[in-house]
Design a protein around this ligand. Structure first.
Ligand SMILES: Nc1ncnc2c1ncn2[C@@H]1O[C@H](COP(=O)(O)OP(=O)(O)O)[C@@H](O)[C@H]1O
Ligand SMILES: [Mg+2]
Length: 269
């Protein structure tokens, strides 16, 4: 802890906090391809932290390491002061790490309510069948409340597959919230959303951090959202960290502008 504390003590404008999440020198090699190389970042409790970078930079791979879907080739992942490098995904859920997926992973045939309930039990039972048997009234109430909170109040009984894309993303958010997360990992939550939906996502995430004390780590290409809600931004390019700081610091960083030349240049500028 003391090393982390001194690292954070030098962080401009933020209080001294032990990081909730500490990614230490993580590398991921797929066959011959190094997708992530010696990557480190710290996420402080209660903050909204964005991980940005061009397509293929290694953002989702990093998320998959943190949520324990991928095993890093080297490096360590520490959550709440505990080394979780070899934890299983359901153990991460039990510790309070929830995630959403870049390509939605919902149970298409099941209702909105059932999808959220499956999220609620993801830390206690591994198979969907076992989770469905575990339903209790209090959890059903809580799931209903989350569905209302993300704005899906009219759709409790609607099959997930019958929601439009934006609403499916909101459903994924409700499902992630159902584990009562300490850390929420969101992979491109604004992709495919309309402007009005992005504004409401902006408000929702800020409220989750400020009112509920949930720490948020998000991967996002919609710069308007990233710059508006993030306390801190880490930039990854070709698997390596190239910049880190406040939105203002990162926005003007020449390495960041260069990394975004081409596809994302307009968004970054
Ligand atoms: N399961 C996998 N097997 C092989 N290569 C992968 C796998 N997942 C990701 N990659 C590769 O790793 C690199 C980083 O991918 P990814 O983490 O998805 O990038 P990002 O989310 O930043 O767009 C890419 O070159 C991608 O093709
Ligand atoms: Mg990705």
């Amino acid at each position: 802890m003391s090393a982390n504390e001194s690292r954070n003590a030098s962080t401009k404008g933020s209080p001294v906090n032990a990081p909730l999440l500490d990614v230490q020198g993580v590398s991921v090699v797929f066959g011959g391809l190094t997708a992530v190389h010696d990557f480190s970042m710290q996420v402080e409790t209660g903050r909204i932290h964005a991980l940005i970078g061009p397509n293929g930079a290694g953002k989702t791979t990093t998320f998959n390491c943190i949520s324990r879907y991928y095993q890093p080739t080297t490096g360590r992942i520490v959550f709440g002061g505990m080394d979780v490098t070899h934890h299983r995904p359901h153990q991460m859920a039990a510790l309070g790490v929830a995630r959403t997926f870049q390509n939605l992973e919902l149970f298409a045939e099941l209702s909105v309510l059932d999808n959220v309930l499956l999220g609620a039990y993801s830390s206690v039972a591994r198979t969907p069948q076992a989770r469905l048997r575990a339903y209790d009234a209090e959890t059903i109430d809580f799931a209903g409340h989350l569905i209302d909170r993300v704005g899906l109040g009219d759709f409790h009984r609607t099959a997930a597959k019958n929601l439009d894309f934006g609403r499916q993303k909101l459903l994924e958010l409700a499902r992630a919230l159902a584990i009562r997360p300490r850390l929420l990992l969101l992979d491109e939550p604004a992709a495919g959303l309309r402007n009005r939906e992005i504004e409401s996502l902006d408000r929702m995430l800020t409220e989750l951090a400020e009112r509920d004390g949930i720490t948020v780590l998000l991967v996002e290409h919609v710069m308007q959202l990233v710059m508006s809600i993030s306390h801190r931004i880490t930039v990854i390019s070709f698997g390596e960290k190239i910049a880190e700081g406040t939105p203002d610091e990162v926005r003007g960083d020449p390495l960041v502008i260069e990394a975004y030349l081409g596809k994302g240049a307009a968004e970054a500028a």
